[in-house]
Every structure is written in C-alpha cells, then in structure tokens.
Design a binder for this molecule. Structure first.
Ligand code: PGA
Length: 230
C-alpha cells in the first residue's frame, strides 16, 4: 500500500518540520509527502519520502515559475505528482503537458504519481470511462507501464468536497484504469480516517492520495494505519 499526502498550498518549512515531529506511520505502508516547493528541503531532511506537487519537462530554460526534474533530484526529492485536477482546472494543464511532465520525471529517475479523474458533469453525462481513457492513454503513450509510475484516480467532484466515491465506484474505475495501464492505482477524493479502511479493502485500490486529511499528523497516521495489514 502507498499512501501519499498532498499538502497543496499549505505548510511552509517551519510548519512542515512541526508536522514531522508529531508523525509516525506503520512500517508496512509506503508513505509519501508532497509539500509545497519551498518546504521540500526541510521535508527531505526528515528522511521521509518526499515528492513535489508538479515538475517541468525541460532540465533548464526560460520557464518562469517552473522547477525541473533534475533540480528535484539534486534536492533529494524522490518524485512528483503530475496532472492534479487543480493544475488541470485552475492552471490550464492539458493531457499533453501532463504526459510530458510524467515522462521527463521518470527519465530523470523520479517516481511519478499521475492524477486522472472525471468532473461531476462528465460522470452525470456517462462520460467517465471516455475521460479516464483519454487521460490514462496520454500518460501511457508517453511513459508506458514504467515501474516508477503510479496512477491516482481522483474524481474531481470528490476532491475537498467531503463527497467520496463509494468503494464500488472506486473499484470499478480502478479496474478500468488497470485494464488500460498495468500500474498501481491510488484513490483520492475526501479520504479520511473513517472511510480509508473500506476504500483500501477494494481489490483494485492500491493506496490513497490524501489532501485535507494529510495536513494533521494524527489523521494522516490514522489513514496510514487503516492501510496497514499489521
Ligand atoms: P482531498 O484532496 O483529500 O482534500 O479531497 C485530495 C487531492 O486533491 O489529492
């Protein structure tokens, strides 16, 4: 099981350090933290596995505001999220950009958690599988079933809304994704200590990508324990 905490635009370096002082996870769960860029350095110092929340595809260049895979490697960061729905929806990232980010990060030796998921409108109009197919195939075409690639299924309507996909809905979407690309699939969207165990017990759910509930050491640890077999 892999449990990743996406801190989004929360926790500067000092707050990040405080979090780690109060956090302990079970040994049989792989735990990844995705702090904001400015907190990556202090997070790496704790010895935890640290991923960035995004990554550019070029090693260097005139790309104001972007960070390259090589820069992350130099810092001791082990991977990056790509294609989070907030990047896609608020910052105009396309499937092509997400695919380029994923491939460059993998080529630089980083792990990648690539996010896919449908909006409420797409689900209600019956387009969930079509949307997932387009998003997953863009990543798959660029990166293949790379051993350091993980997919995160995050239905957009479940992110930060308190609405969680039912375990059956998650299972169905995960099985569909695995049919397109044979890699582990994390579930994301309002994962909390109360619903984590049931979601994680689904056959095709290989872990979770947690936003809000990863900001508190106790609630994030509780989710990690729910994913533990020990
Ligand atoms: P949430 O966010 O757990 O707060 O819904 C998940 C995510 O955006 O990765």
């Amino acid at each position: 099981m892999l449990i990743a905490g996406n801190w989004k635009m929360f926790k500067g370096p000092a707050e990040a350090r405080t979090f780690f002082d109060g956090f302990e996870a079970p040994a049989d769960v792989d735990v990844v933290f995705c702090p904001p860029y400015v907190s990556l350095g202090s997070a790496v110092e704790t010895g935890q596995t640290i991923y960035a929340q995004n990554v550019h595809w070029e090693p260097t260049g005139p790309y104001t505001g972007e960070i390259s895979p090589q820069m992350l490697v130099e810092l001791g960061v082990q991977g990056a999220l790509v294609g989070h729905s907030e990047r896609r929806q608020l910052f105009g990232e396309t499937d092509e950009m997400v695919a380029r980010r994923a491939r460059a990060a993998l080529e630089a030796g980083l792990g990648v958690i690539a996010c896919v998921g449908e909006t409420l409108e797409q689900r209600e109009s019956g387009d969930t599988e079509l949307v997932l197919k387009i998003q997953v195939e863009a990543i798959s075409f660029a990166a293949g079933a790379h051993e350091r690639l993980v997919i995160a299924y995050e239905p957009v309507w479940a992110i930060g809304t308190g609405k969680t996909a039912t375990p059956e809905m998650a299972e169905e979407a995960h099985a569909f994704i695995k049919g397109l690309l044979d890699r582990p699939v994390l579930y994301g969207g309002s994962v909390k200590p109360e619903n984590a165990a049931e979601l994680m017990s689904q056959t095709s759910v290989d872990g979770a990508l947690v936003g809000g509930a990863s900001l508190d050491p106790d609630s994030f640890a509780a989710i990690c324990w729910a994913a533990s077999t020990s």
